[in-house]
Design a binder for this molecule. Sequence first.
Ligand code: ASP
Length: 348
Amino acid sequence: MKRARLCFLLAASFLCHIAAGQSVTSQQLPGQGQYVLLIHGGAGTILRSKMTSGKEKVYREALEAALKAGYAKIKDGQPALEAVQAAIRIMEDNPLFNAGKGAVFTHGGRNELDAAIMDGNTRKAGAVTGVTTIKNPIDAARAVMERSEHVMLSGKGAEQFAKQCGLTIVRPKYFYTEERWQGLQKAIRDEAPKTKVGHRQQQPGTGFPDYKFGTVGAVALDRNGNLAAGTSTGGMTNKRFGRIGDSPVIGAGTYASNKTAAVSCTGWGEYFIRNVAAYDLSALMEYKSMPVKEAGDAVITKIGSSGGNGGLIALDRNGNAAMPFNTAGMYRAAITKDGKITIFLYND
Ligand code: ASP
């Protein structure tokens, strides 16, 4: 009898696991109610067993540098938007991450960058997509938000606008890195079997190929209680046909509202767009009064059930943080108002 019950429980938990896709990692963070800035550097197959101590150190230092740059703004009494932009800029300039310098290559051998930023206080937002010459796409996203009447600008038009705004313009080859170039060659070799649009076929729940990891994001809470969120990415290695992911899509990869939370997502963008992930988290908080952590877990569980992978960072206006993901790992870091830093890479 006991054995039958045990079998039933095991079967039920197995079925739940399948239904939910990959399991969600979402630890209890130590400084709840105290956080002012969270960042991520992408979700993917980040395994302790595959990491050398040297590589881990470099990632930790990079995350810490970005966190400190953003924290300096908060400490100085500047708006959350400034903190988000400062943290993301640092990661865009670091070739470790798939954003700015270090962005992945398209099938055609280009680097096409996307970024978005949103102010939780005014719910104004700005985004750029498919840009190839703007050194820091997060700066361009902010300029769209503050210096145009639009929300999203793409390609050549976005570049022209950035130039007019006096932002730093570079030659496309500035974004070249040997590692990403080799990543493209590998993706092309591994490509078959393909879907119609040239993306690698992936069975739900089997994990996503790391062709799209290293996106960066930040969410911040300033002294006035205002929230902001931002995300920047090179998108997905081997992407074609002007593919745009979730990162620059307001409500999908990036969202902020002072009523609920600031959110930045990372992972398989198509699933985050279809699930309107970042806004879904906000809606769960607003309409169902869910705490931010529960809402974050629910969103990533839903992404998993639909066959997608990735993670997100979310911060509410009381300094509560959530960092759930369903990949093997996610580069992520948080800082409290007293400057206490925590950095995580893996799922333990
Ligand atoms: N979400 C991004 C995209 O699909 C990629 C990532 O987060 O790694 O473009």
